[in-house]
Design a binder for this molecule. Sequence first.
Ligand code: F6P
Length: 549
Amino acid sequence: MSLSELSSWNKIRNYALSNKSKKLLDYFSNDKDRFNNFSIECDDLIFDYSKNFIDNELMQLFLNLADEIALKEKIEDMFSGMKINTTENRAVLHTALRDFATKEIILDGENIIPKIEKVRLQMKDFVSRVHSGKFLGYSSKKITNIVNIGIGGSDLGPAMVCKALAAYKIKDINIYFVSNIDPTDITDVLAKLSPENTLFIIASKTFTTQETIRNAETAKEWFLKNSGNNHSNIAKHFIALSTNKDAVTNFGISEENMFEFWDWVGGRYSLWSAIGISIALYVGYDNFEKLLLGANEIDNHFRKMPFEKNIPFIMAMLSTYYNNFMNAASYAVIPYDHYLIRFPAFLQQLDMESNGKSITKSNDKVDYNTGAIIWGEPGTNAQHSFFQLIHQGTQMIPLDFIAGVNSLNPIENHHEMLLSNYFAQTEALMNGKNEQIVQDELIKTNKTQEEIQMLLPHKVFPGSKPSNSILYKKLTPKVLGKLIVLYEHKVFVQGVIWNVNSFDQWGVELGKQLAIRILPELMNNEEINSHDDSTNGLINYYKKWKNKS
Ligand code: F6P
């Protein structure tokens, strides 16, 4: 049965219609204990969802929907290794990568746990050899510069985590990420490096991604050119993280310098696998393991907590409710923690590559909205940029506000100033400011009646803008692991509700194919007429202007 035909779904729709005129503040006046009733503490993190259009009645409808779509069973299907990625006939077992308790998960007749443990040990050993100086560069110098070359999930996860955990970095280790095929990206990075103390990590699940392989070749050429052109030195400066042994060895990296992962780890869920070696090199293997342990805590929470106390479930339900019944096409995530500057970018791939789909798992076209547009920037910068539109624009944009109670870099009252904004924004968004208050304020400024009437509507805030607040004690590797997985499972639940396959990404293929076709056309001077008129025109302008600036 299609989602639109489910009785619980239609009851949620009816609830939304009949509560259309209700303001967020109404929910507070009807419930004196609203914060306690609509927040969940999870060890060193609290999730407050009280500033949302939710009451017990709607929560019950959410729970009914969970029953009707067999969510509990679907969660178990994922954790136990069912091939839920149906279009690629793959299991989805990134959760196993951070599970230190389970000793057996059988996939295609084989226990995958020993394989995971083996690669973890290989990573631990390698990281310790680099840090201790047992693994040295070709001229016996210690490795101090790490360059991760990858794109998408082979870049965004580790890059986001390394930035987030910079306070825990190993002294003398620097990390760089090259992802873009734009030559400026690798040029900028190589300009800062010497081949003697640099380790290149070629991170690619498939090892066929055009951008990564080309960047890796450029890095190899640069390395050989600047290190005496001795190919045997490559083994001391290049490692690979991949599922594709043949392609890795063809590239010139030996098997012993390869860290394996498997097709049941999706790219955007791969930072927990060998793809995380850049993290371990940067902040130490122990901190990498703490990240995994934090992640595992939320896996257990997600699996075991009843849905009314289950944070990812509630995040997913609220976001879906706004998307499908309150016209919220986008969703903003605002970290009030500068270390999380790359978190929104990471979430964009996680969420939009997972749920930006319009064909259901039963091969029908959906007749409802799916994946929201995810965006965000750190606070308070975001406030001085796009918050105008969130407060007073015409779009409904739900938000997540994320902050740590304790700063890792305290300076006098900086952190209090940051947090006062974090608290103020969710309050302002919810309360708004009505005409009466604005008028009273303007009267006190000695303005004329005419001036007051002119200004008044511009200074009114409608309010009733919903938000979640996530507050943690301090940004540690464990807390970061928890935070990431809250969103991973949010995305999973939404995929189940919309009945889409959250683990494939066919939508990225068409552009790749066309780029492969266009590339040779750019390498000669002949006029092109094989495309539509616009594309022909642009390519021909490229040819006309090339090298003539
Ligand atoms: O183009 C999208 C994508 O396939 C992502 O899903 C993936 O994370 C990224 O490319 C990189 O892929 P790979 O790790 O195979 O190089």
